[in-house]
Design a protein around this ligand. Structure first.
Ligand code: AMP
Length: 393
């Protein structure tokens, strides 16, 4: 199963409805981070170069089906025009004739101003389809939602993936779909409870899972290790043991910290010490993995062919408890630079952590799609992607 790219489509003279994610941060009426806008530029330019008219569909904020003036996509127009180097026509209420008359790129008002968008109402999907000739989805980050502009309309028009979507799907396929082995997953973060599906899926697909962050505490406690006052889901002992059993059956090695950094309080600069994993004092909490653990992780990266990473190894927002996350991220970047590792990471906190380590641009691929990346790591079918796997009719 595969998807069309822009190269598979005859775009000349066509109106190409292009779902993009330009849900950018805005302060005082100005876009403060243009990353998402910059990333859709190749798709829009390629459609124009092929003689098509790109008509951008996008959501902005959570207006819940109402017109909310401060959630108008109009605010993105200057940044969009600067990124594209040309003017963009903004249309609040589109109709086919206006789009046919457009001479350059078009941006349509926030799709979520209609309640029919999130309801994936066939009426809205049909209306959108009547506006264009081809549907192009370049918003992987919105592909986990079955909405009218991400899924409904895709089923009604010849469809394809935009450049960003194709790049993202290609990188994810390399990391989990059809990876070079051995594959090591790094899974960190606060809680096991939010990553159960993810762990369940990874156990069947990867060779090793390195577990870090608060969720490692739950696994340690489940093995009878004292974790003091650490963040720990003590009630998930059975679940954690079940995951360990399943991993053993599937020949997937689970790696937990062998040494830890402990402190009396969750606070930047808190007095801390390194100890073996089984020596956490009763009045202290585990806030990071220790240097021995980082060495183990580095060694694993040296022999792995693929690393897939979601979640920090410690409380990386408060120094010095960012050390293991930063050191491991730099190790992955180093081995990637050396050319022996494919490294893919994603999720909001993970991107922040890799940026903090200064190595986000040295990974093979970083997905900025939070929810969609997680659902993909969980092995779920993303409706927006599934819709690209088939053509209507
Ligand atoms: P998640 O959103 O599940 O990926 O979790 C990320 C959060 O987990 C970050 O805010 C980290 O500060 C937090 N975290 C990681 N390790 C620990 C830990 N040992 N104790 C408390 N919080 C942690």
């Amino acid at each position: 199963m595969t998807w069309n790219t822009l190269d598979d489509m005859d775009l000349a003279g066509k109106i190409v409805l292009t779902r993009v994610d330009i849900n950018v941060p805005v302060e005082d009426g100005k876009v403060t981070d243009t990353t998402r806008i910059d990333r859709i530029v190749p798709t829009i330019k390629d459609i124009l170069a092929a003689g098509g008219t790109p008509v951008m569909l996008a959501h902005f904020g959570r207006p819940k089906g109402q017109f909310v003036p401060e959630m108008s996509l109009r605010v993105t127009l200057p940044a969009l025009e600067a990124a594209l180097g040309q003017s963009v026509t903004f249309i609040e209420r589109p109709d086919r004739a206006t789009l046919e008359a457009a001479t350059g790129p078009v941006l349509i008002e926030n799709t979520r101003f209609s309640a029919m968008e999130e309801a994936n109402d066939p009426k809205m999907a049909g209306f959108l389809a009547s506006l264009g000739d081809i549907y192009c989805n370049d918003a992987f980050s919105a592909a986990h939602r079955a909405h009218a502009s991400t899924e409904g309309v895709a089923k009604l028009l010849p469809n394809c993936a935009g450049r960003l979507m194709a790049e993202e799907l290609g990188a994810l396929e390399k990391a989990l779909g059809n990876p070079q082995r051995p594959v090591v997953a790094v899974v960190g973060g606060a809680k096991v409870s939010t990553k159960l599906d993810l762990l369940g899926n990874l156990i069947d697909k990867v060779d090793t899972i390195i577990i870090g962050g608060g969720m490692a505490n739950t696994f340690l406690a489940a093995q009878g290790v004292q974790v003091g006052t650490s963040l720990c889901e003590h009630d998930l002992g059975d679940t954690a043991r079940d995951i360990m059993d399943k991993a053993a059956t599937a020949n997937c090695t689970l790696i937990l910290p062998s040494d830890i950094v402990v402190a009396a309080e969750f606070k930047a600069g808190a007095a801390n010490e390194i100890c073996d994993v089984d020596a956490c004092p009763a009045d202290k909490m585990i806030l990071d993995a220790g240097p021995k653990t980082v060495e183990t992780i580095h060694a694993m990266f040296n022999t792995a062919k693929t690393v897939i990473w979601n979640g920090p190894l410690g409380a990386f927002e408060i120094e010095p408890f960012d050390k293991a996350t930063v050191a491991a991220a730099r190790a992955a970047a180093e081995v990637t630079r050396a050319g022996t590792l494919i490294s893919v990471a994603g999720g909001g906190d993970t991107v922040a952590a890799l940026n903090h380590a200064g190595v986000a641009d040295q990974f093979t691929y970083i997905s900025t799609a939070g929810g969609a990346f997680l659902e993909w790591m969980e092995g779920k079918t993303l409706p927006g992607v599934a819709a690209l796997m088939q053509q209507p009719g």
